[in-house]
Design a protein around this ligand. Structure first.
Ligand code: BG6
Length: 287
């Protein structure tokens, strides 16, 4: 189907009625709903659906640069480009083609190669398991004759009841780089992470499962990742929310970004090599 700007979107639906919507603009997941039709991803009411800018919400893909850690535009260009449907993707080991899925492909344009002179093929598979799990698999292949390095994040905007009611588990005792303090390195001291002001951090070398507990909605997001050592946690809070044009002043309360990422140590691919980064999101009832 097409959105009102004529951009193609693909809707995945499993046999129990859970669904996901993926835009060819950015390869961005824009919606993920439970079988009861509850939306699990946040999208701003002020989101702009006009390319090239990425939509404020869902899961934009940060590639080949996370944030401003390099010479490229913030979060790299992949989220701003039009992707194509990959009709004949190379097989994915341990992945069933039986679940609803879509394969997308991004290759650099001539203009992209001027700002980032590395030929790559980026294959994205988004699928929805029978249980409603959302799975995203990225494969980046170096099709150049020289090595290249990149950083990466699945910038996942979770929809939450109230930022004061949620906590993140799985990051205890980890070191993190704090973007609010010149990327200085700190060590997490507390138990679960809770929120009472702006947070913009890269937690380093986390284990592969992180949980986001939403006390009010009595549900827990479980984020499983593979090939992605770091976890970015971002909430803009009041002041920054007002400064972000495509975010409502109060909407920071309903969103929390928890990203599977590879930021601190860039990923390097030799010619012909391929990297795989997987994210699996699920939601379970909790008390
Ligand atoms: C976060 C960064 O991941 O993304 C923040 O750590 C940034 O610094 C935020 O503000 C949003 O970025 P953008 O480019 O989508 O507005």
């Amino acid at each position: 189907s097409k959105d009102r700007n004529g951009i193609e979107q693909v809707i995945l639906r499993n046999n129990r009625g859970a669904s996901a919507r993926v835009s060819l603009h950015g390869g961005q997941v824009l919606s993920w709903k439970t079988e009861r039709g509850e939306e699990l991803l946040f999208t701003s009411s002020k989101a702009i659906f006009n390319p090239p800018k990425a939509v404020r919400g869902g899961i934009p893909i940060c590639f080949p640069q996370f944030g401003n850690r390099g010479s490229l535009e913030q979060h790299g260009f992949a989220r701003n480009r039009m992707w194509t449907i990959d009709k004949n993707p190379p097989p994915l080991p341990n992945e069933s083609n039986a679940k609803p899925h879509i394969d997308l492909l991004l290759k650099p344009s001539e203009d992209d190669l001027k700002i980032w002179p590395h030929s790559f093929e980026f294959r994205l598979r988004v699928s929805l398991a029978a249980e409603g799990y959302l799975s995203i698999i990225s494969r980046v292949r170096n099709v150049n004759s020289k090595p290249f390095s990149f950083s990466f994040a699945y910038h996942t905007y979770l929809s939450i009841s109230d930022i004061s009611e949620v906590r993140v588990e799985g990051l205890e005792t980890l070191d993190y780089l704090d973007n609010l303090y010149q990327k200085e390195r700190f060590t997490e001291q507390g138990d679960a992470l809770t929120f009472e002001s702006e947070v913009d951090r890269v937690y380093l070398d986390s284990c592969n499962t992180v949980a986001v507990l939403d006390h009010e909605r009595k549900r827990t997001f479980v984020i499983r990742k593979d090939g992605l050592p770091d976890v970015v946690v971002w909430n803009p809070w009041e002041k920054k929310a007002k400064a972000v044009g495509d975010l409502g002043d109060e909407e920071y309360k309903q969103m929390l970004c928890v990203d599977g990422a590879a930021v601190e140590k860039p990923i390097t691919l030799k010619p012909g090599e391929e990297w795989t980064g997987r994210l699996e999101l699920s939601v379970v009832p909790s008390t």
